[in-house]
Design a binder for this molecule. Structure first.
Ligand code: SME
Length: 156
């Protein structure tokens, strides 16, 4: 399970050392992936509101055909359309699911947002069914909150 406190501390340290969001997002994806062997694919998508499209910023795991996802499509696009995090215990039950790997069984998508504004999302795929507990989701949500802070700070 992700230790949110440790990841948030590392994000804060990177900010203080002067790293931009690009480096912080890459480090965070690697940290999440390394924190639990059942996280088989971890990535960050960035949301472009003008195009209404999610673009894959970086990931760890097998390559995916879904580097660009229109809002409303798949678990990722649904999260933005509904403005709601998605914890899917069984991906075969999702009618508009976009398969990244045929081995994926469950998926967690947590939005990186500040109020109404959505910057992007953390996407985690697992080959284990029902891999994401409520506590795990909450930990990822805390990390996403910190990433939103990074985006806000960079804008100033
Ligand atoms: N499964 C996602 C697509 C992204 S891949 O998992 C990397 C979806 O349904 O939106």
């Amino acid at each position: 399970m992700v230790e949110a406190g440790r990841l948030i501390k590392r994000i804060q340290e990177m900010r203080e050392e002067g790293y931009l969001s690009d480096a912080i997002l890459r480090a965070t994806v690697k940290d999440i992936r390394a924190s639990d062997p059942k996280y088989d694919w971890v990535g960050v998508y960035l949301f472009n509101p003008d195009e209404n499209i999610l673009w894959l910023h970086n990931y760890v795991g097998p390559s995916t055909e879904h580097a660009r996802i229109p809002v409303g499509q798949g678990v990722c696009g649904t999260a933005v359309a509904e403005r709601k995090n998605q914890n899917v215990p069984d991906v075969t039950k999702v009618s508009n699911y976009l398969a990244c790997s045929p081995r994926t069984k469950s998926e967690l998508v947590v939005l990186i947002r500040a109020g109404d504004e959505i910057f992007g999302q953390i996407d985690i795929d697992s080959n284990t069914p029902d891999a994401f507990t409520k506590d795990e989701q909450e930990s990822i949500e805390l990390v996403a909150e910190k990433l939103a802070e990074v985006f806000m700070a960079e804008r100033r």
